[in-house]
Design a protein around this ligand. Structure first.
Ligand SMILES: [Zn+2]
Ligand SMILES: [Zn+2]
Length: 338
């Protein structure tokens, strides 16, 4: 059984592992596809070495088929399932307040514990979420990033009829745009990369290139001088924060989605002057995961348009390299059993 481990100071190492055996309460998933995302790139840069230890099987955007189970597991063999990678402690103040997804001692599998970039993985049966059998296996890897988008849209309090500006049209920004539009919002996306612009336009979104248009002026014009109800900051760039804030209406909301690894200069006066609300949004709860699986089953998520490339597990490094090199890709998946 092959697995891909991040080795501290090096890169991904593809190696043989022992086939997993499920204990009571556990299942073995034959992993179908695993998405590689910005968090993985961050990890592979060494920024999470304090969490991964010297080596770690990475991968947290995964789905697959249940191929074995231990005692006391009420799941059919052959079931198509997504992997829910969050293990809260259950005892910290955040957990006790019902916010286990951002537990103060959260174990995020694929970073703090073994992830999915392997042919078979054993997980607690409580960490699987059913996917409708009609959903192609390769689409299952999009449940996790779609759950992020579902969570972001929910946290921002977006409602039907809203105008939403999504700043940053990579995979998460695109999924936020898709989910927000499905909720009845009018969505504009700000994106610089020509390939991503074309993918988003093909999905029917109005895409704004801030090098070509005055984003603030255009949003205010489109909204009769009101501004956007919600702006999502998904770019991770300081300029993106300003673009988002400038576009928000009086009493509107800034949804902060991107990971900003350093302090940013932000014009707080605008929050005061227009009584804006800043909402941080991190990960997802199980309900978001279930909703994401539902959106995939309903065909709401344009999975094939967002999956730019699929590489076999033995070449997992090339998936990572494509993202590092900013090649013309949206989502890149690793096929673990092809
Ligand atoms: Zn991810
Ligand atoms: Zn906790």
């Amino acid at each position: 059984m092959l697995k891909a481990e991040y080795v501290r100071g090096a890169a991904l190492e593809i190696m043989e592992g022992e086939p997993p055996v499920p204990a009571a309460g556990q299942v073995v998933i034959r992993v179908s596809h695993v998405g590689i995302c910005g968090t993985d790139l961050h990890l592979l840069h060494g920024a999470m070495d304090h969490r991964t230890g010297p080596r770690r099987v990475i991968g947290h955007e995964a789905s697959g088929i249940v191929v074995a189970k231990g005692a006391d597991v009420d799941v059919e063999l052959g079931a198509h399932v997504a992997f829910f990678p969050l293990v809260p402690c259950g005892q910290c103040p955040a957990c006790l307040a019902g916010n286990g997804h951002i537990c103060q001692r959260l174990v995020f599998l694929g970073i703090d514990g073994p992830g999915a970039l392997q042919q078979e993985m054993v997980v607690d049966a409580s960490l699987i979420v059913p996917i409708d059998p009609s959903v192609p296996e390769r689409h299952g890897a999009l449940v996790e990033p779609t759950a992020v988008a579902v969570h972001d849209v929910r946290r921002a309090g977006l409602t039907a009829g809203d105008v939403a500006l999504v700043v940053g049209g990579g995979p998460i920004g695109a999924l936020i745009a898709v989910v927000a539009r499905h909720e009845g919002a009018t969505v504009l996306v700000v994106e610089l990369d020509p390939f991503r612009q074309s993918v988003l336009r093909d999905l029917g979104f109005e895409v704004l290139d801030p090098r070509e248009v005055d984003v603030k002026a255009l949003v205010w014009e489109r909204t009769g001088g009101a501004g956007a109800d919600v702006a999502f900051e998904v770019s991770g760039a300081e300029a993106g924060i300003a673009t988002a804030i400038d576009a928000i209406k009086v009493r509107g909301t800034l949804g902060l989605v991107a990971v900003h690894t350093q302090p940013r200069s932000v014009d707080l006066h605008q929050f005061f002057w227009r009584e804006l609300t800043l909402v941080g949004s991190r990960l997802y709860v199980r309900g978001d995961f279930e909703r994401a699986a539902e959106l995939l089953a309903q065909g709401v998520v344009p999975a094939d348009a967002l999956i730019s490339r699929i590489v076999p597990l033995a070449q997992a490094q090339s998936a990572v390299d494509a993202l590092f090199a900013k090649e013309d890709v949206m989502k890149v998946l690793v096929a673990c059993n092809d």
